[in-house]
Each structure stands twice: as structure tokens, then as C-alpha cells.
Design a protein around this ligand. Structure first.
Ligand SMILES: NC(=O)c1ccc[n+]([C@@H]2O[C@H](COP(=O)([O-])OP(=O)(O)OC[C@H]3O[C@@H](n4cnc5c(N)ncnc54)[C@H](OP(=O)(O)O)[C@@H]3O)[C@@H](O)[C@H]2O)c1
Length: 228
């Protein structure tokens, strides 16, 4: 099996900023960002992330997370070794989940974030693509990043408030997923446990309709009164 790695180390452009400078940037916060101040800092423990898929989503998040200080290894369709991972991101076409994971070693039981969307036919026995992934990897699993556009990742930090990111998660995957959502520049919005993953996948036609109707790729924000 051919193994390809792309190591994206913490080539931070964060200057002298420290995590303490981000007191306005709490995990659940809705604070306004000081204009133009976001430079991609992590907000908790540094993690080793392996992305299965290194395209728009996998490669895009790898760049953001490595800038925030995390160590990221990206794997393409040829797979490779994921044993170094604290958390695994799955960002391949939904129809390629089983094939892609068959080429990745060392990830059994790892915390996993599924960013895939479903186009066309699904793998019949599974309640959602997140469940399909969990049946293969077997660790605590979350569904996130599938309702956010990769093509505007480069504009996340320019927004007046942090855009929302809807996610569902097993209890043991929730904290890590929330941190990586925050470290990508989004505000996590928890929708419930993994039984809600299918709902996030089925949200796709609405997102596409909104974009096609004229808005184009967009951010969204779900916020309580007074937090917009
Ligand atoms: N783009 C978005 O805005 C967006 C938003 C939300 C969710 N998603 C979902 O996220 C997933 C990834 O989307 P993307 O836009 O990042 O896709 P992409 O740019 O086309 O990248 C796909 C990645 O998957 C890998 N891969 C592994 N096995 C594959 C196979 N059998 N066939 C094709 N590719 C395979 C590719 O490997 P190589 O590098 O070796 O080609 C590539 O790294 C999809 O499920 C998509 O629906 C995308």
C-alpha cells in the first residue's frame, strides 16, 4: 500500500499572541471579535489530528488547525498510518468511506469526526454515514463540518461574530469536537448525540437551496436573543 503523508506543522502566523489573549474567545461564547484580530490560536490542549481526505474539507481544516498549533497529518485515497492521532477527521466522498478507511491503519477505537455528506445512494444498513464510520473505526464519534462551506474557510476570521457550526456527538467525542470547531473559528452548536447525525446529513438540500437561490456559499449563525 502506498503511503502518502503531508505534515502540516504549526507554522503559526500568530506572532506573540497567546491563548490568554483570547479571553473573549470562549468555547460557548458569542462575543464579538475585535475586528481583524483572529489569527488562528488553539483554545485548549494541542492535539494530533489525522485527516482521512485532504481535499477542500480535509486539507482546508488541516491548514486552519495547524495554524492554531495542532499537529495534522493528512491522508489521501492511498491511505496510510493514523496511529499517531488523538482524533481522526473523515473528509472523503460519502460513497468512498469504506474504501478510504480500508487503506488506513492504526485508527481503531479513536475519537472520530465525520464531515461527510451524502449524495445519491447510501450504504443501506447504516442510520447515517457517521454510523457507518463508527462501525468501522469503533471509537466515540461526532458529526461536524458537513453543514459549513469549505470554499469560504478563508473568510471565517473576517466575520463580525463567529459563524455557527452544527454538530452531533457521542458524549466522549463532544469536548474534542467542540474544541476543534472553536479552533477552526466557528461557534459550536450542539444538536444532540450521534442519533442526530442523520438529521445533519439530511440538512444538505436546504443548504444547497439557500445557496442556489442567490446567497451562494454562506455562513450561518444560530444564537440566543441578544447574542447576534
Ligand atoms: N467542499 C465542501 O464545502 C463540503 C462541505 C461539507 C461537507 N463536505 C463533504 O466532505 C467530504 C469531502 O469533501 P471535499 O469537498 O473535501 O472533497 P474533495 O476536495 O474532492 O476531497 C476528497 C478527498 O477524499 C479522498 N478520497 C479517499 N478515497 C477516495 C475515493 N475512493 N474517491 C474519491 N476521493 C477519495 C481524496 O483523496 P486524494 O487526495 O488522493 O484524491 C481527497 O483527499 C465529502 O463527503 C463532502 O460531501 C464538503
Amino acid at each position: 500500500m502506498k503511503t502518502m503523508f503531508t505534515m502540516l506543522t504549526a507554522a503559526c502566523s500568530t506572532g506573540s499572541r497567546t491563548t490568554a489573549d483570547l479571553s473573549w474567545w470562549t468555547v460557548k461564547g458569542s462575543e464579538h471579535r475585535p475586528e481583524g484580530s483572529w489569527s488562528g490560536n488553539q483554545t485548549g490542549a494541542l492535539m494530533k489530528v489525522v485527516t482521512v481526505g485532504r481535499g477542500r474539507i480535509g486539507g482546508g481544516l488541516a491548514g486552519i488547525w495547524s495554524k492554531a498549533g495542532h499537529e495534522v497529518i493528512t491522508l489521501g485515497r492511498d491511505g496510510g498510518d493514523g496511529s499517531a492521532a488523538d482524533v481522526v477527521l473523515i473528509a472523503v466522498p460519502g460513497s468512498a468511506i469504506a474504501a478510504a478507511l480500508a487503506n488506513v491503519t492504526g485508527i481503531a477505537g479513536k475519537v472520530t469526526i465525520d464531515a461527510t455528506n451524502a449524495y445519491g445512494q447510501r450504504s443501506a444498513p447504516f442510520a447515517s454515514q457517521a454510523h457507518e464510520i463508527k462501525s468501522i473505526i469503533g471509537g466515540p464519534t461526532a458529526k461536524s463540518f458537513n453543514t459549513n462551506w469549505a470554499v469560504i474557510y478563508d473568510q471565517i476570521g473576517q466575520q463580525r461574530v463567529r459563524p455557527s457550526n452544527l454538530f452531533a456527538a457521542d458524549p466522549d467525542a463532544r469536548q474534542v469536537t467542540e474544541q476543534l470547531i472553536v479552533d477552526a473559528g466557528f461557534d459550536p452548536v450542539y444538536v444532540g448525540d450521534l442519533e442526530h447525525a442523520r438529521m445533519l446529513e439530511d440538512h444538505l438540500p436546504l443548504i444547497q437551496a439557500v445557496a442556489s437561490a442567490g446567497l451562494g456559499p454562506f455562513f450561518y449563525r444560530m444564537a440566543g436573543p441578544g447574542q447576534l
